[in-house]
Design a protein around this ligand. Structure first.
Ligand code: HEM
Length: 500
């Protein structure tokens, strides 16, 4: 009996010692930034500052904005990605150093991590680390030159005309209420046709395989939201939970990739698009099969949602601000009258419409947080502080876009901030919806072109109006990485012919 009691006592003592040791370790780890003399945002003992994302399920953009605001007055603040001490950079000059000038120290992303599981999710141009990233970027950059964009512009126009016809049929004489997800479908069609040479006819056939799989990528079921949050914000968990970034669509992308390559080899046509690049990479480099598939996946995934969301938010804002819409329409009409149609060249005259897109991207940047990882110890200029190799780095774009110091009255929708007269007032590295530096969005010009064309076509054929279902301000889905409206974006679309 005495022996039994003593065993229990020993076990209890061991357990208490273990708990105390773990707590002491966690507390020590959470004092990392204090010990390094860096101001920090008070963390949760277990989840660091990511409790907001993982438990409170704050949308990622707002999470970044909260952290940014709580770090006011400091060039950078310490946070914890779970247990990993990380930095949120706030100062525009330091951001420039990290993203541009001293890129060699921060050339990899934190998202995705560097494990081997899920090559489709991890080894694509967006996620992959060096030296693969550099090889891939060099291969894919020529797809986005001015000449190549001019070549695919005709395809964009056909898709935009198809969408206009579809809206006209659906609107009838008096107009109809639309959940703007048709604009997503149109973006899917733009990406699949321009990047892969695949005409999916998805606007007329929204149940086709390509749309079905695109929808799986952006659905807001908790499992999908967690997969994406883990991938971007806590990649340490990817291997543990065996998360796949393409989720259940991974095999769809495998088939899409190899079918497109086989088809292209068979017909021998050169289009200078993603598929041509995939062929070249496969023939020239030592990339494994799934690393080729990974590129198919990322051009599709990074391209359609971002452009679709931005076009939808633009039209939503046009419905909310009729006077801005009218001014934009006058500009689009004048261009159409001058050139007969919206040619590639003529779109460069749509300056006000461009500023509407820029202002929409300021308020709703589809990718609201940038991240990098420090790949070798970095002495911060003008500070007695070295960022250690392996430290995750975050830049909260949304926080900067909503900082009244850089954008007075930040919640006001004011496209004139980006007018020729005023845009010089915008401090560099405070407006970065496409990121910055060598890892800036490779599809930026492509995206701006297709969104501008969609808006010009829309404005010269329809008027967007508020309706009972229009929600203002928009509520975002909790726990998403991107800007997903909770109840969709609904507006009434009225054909211009029936407007007084
Ligand atoms: C409104 C539309 C879009 C927005 C706002 C957007 C935004 C972004 C952002 C913020 C990044 C990260 C940049 C950084 O870390 O500095 C990025 C990267 C990327 N985007 Fe986009 N994007 C858009 C459209 C597109 C399109 C249409 C494509 C493809 C056709 C695309 C393909 C990519 C790729 C492949 C990367 C990774 C680049 C690299 O790491 O080298 N994006 N995008």
């Amino acid at each position: 009996m005495l022996f039994g009691l003593s065993l229990y006592f020993d076990l209890l003592l061991g357990l208490v010692t273990l708990i105390i040791s773990v707590v002491l370790y966690l507390r020590y780890n959470m004092s990392y930034w204090e010990r390094h003399g860096i101001p920090y945002i008070k963390p949760n003992l277990l989840l660091g500052n990511f409790d907001e994302l993982l438990i409170k399920r704050v949308p990622t953009g707002l999470f970044g904005q909260n952290m940014y605001e709580r770090g006011a007055g400091h060039p950078m603040v310490g946070i914890w990605a779970l247990q990993t001490p990380s930095l949120l950079i706030r100062d525009p000059d330091l951001i420039k150093n990290i993203l541009v000038k001293d890129f060699n120290y921060f050339c990899d992303r934190y998202s995705g991590g560097d494990g081997d599981f899920d090559p489709v999710g991890r080894k694509n141009l967006f996620m992959t680390n060096n030296p693969h990233w550099k090889t891939l970027r060099t291969h894919f950059s020529p797809i986005f030159t001015g000449n190549k964009l001019r070549n695919v512009y005709q395809i964009m126009m056909e898709i935009s005309d198809g969408l206009t016809d579809y809206y006209k049929e659906k609107c009838g004489q008096d107009g109809a209420t639309f959940e703007l997800k048709d604009l997503y479908t149109s973006s899917i069609e733009v990406i699949s046709s321009c990047m892969f040479g695949i005409k999916a006819n998805s606007i007329r056939d929204p149940d086709c395989t390509i749309v079905e799989n695109a929808n799986k990528l952006i659905n807001n079921q908790i499992k999908r939201l967690l997969e994406i949050t883990i991938y971007f914000m806590v990649p340490q968990l990817i291997d543990i939970f065996r998360v796949q970034l393409a989720g259940s669509t991974t095999n769809f992308f495998r088939n899409l990739c190899w079918d497109s390559i086989k088809q292209r080899e068979k017909n021998g046509i050169k289009r200078g698009d993603v598929v041509d690049c995939l062929l070249k990479i496969r023939n020239e480099s030592k990339f494994e099969d799934d690393m080729i598939v990974a590129q198919t996946f990322i051009f599709f995934a990074a391209g359609f949602e971002t452009s679709g969301t931005t076009t939808s938010f633009c039209i939503h804002y046009l419905a909310a601000y009729p006077e801005i819409q009218e001014r934009a329409r006058e500009e689009a009409m004048a261009i159409k009258e001058k050139y007969g149609s919206f040619t590639y060249e003529s779109l460069s005259e749509a300056k006000y419409i461009e500023s509407i897109i820029q202002e929409t991207l300021r308020l709703y940047p589809p990718m609201p947080i940038l991240n990098r990882i420090c790949v070798k110890d970095y002495k911060v200029p003008d500070m007695d502080f070295v960022i250690k190799k392996g430290t995750p780095i975050f830049v909260g774009i949304m926080g900067m876009h909503k900082d009244p110091e850089y954008f007075p009255e930040p919640e006001k929708f004011d496209p004139d901030r980006f007018s020729d007269e005023r845009k010089a007032d915008i401090k560099p590295q405070t407006y970065m919806p496409f990121g910055e530096g060598p890892r800036i969005c490779i599809g930026m010009r492509f995206a701006m072109l297709s969104i501008k064309l969609s808006l010009c076509s829309f404005l010269t054929n329809f008027r967007a109006e508020r309706c009972a279902e229009t929600q203002f301000p928009v509520k975002l889905v909790l726990g998403t990485l991107t800007m997903m409206p909770e109840n969709g974006l609904n507006v009434k679309v009225v054909p211009l012919t029936s407007c007084k």
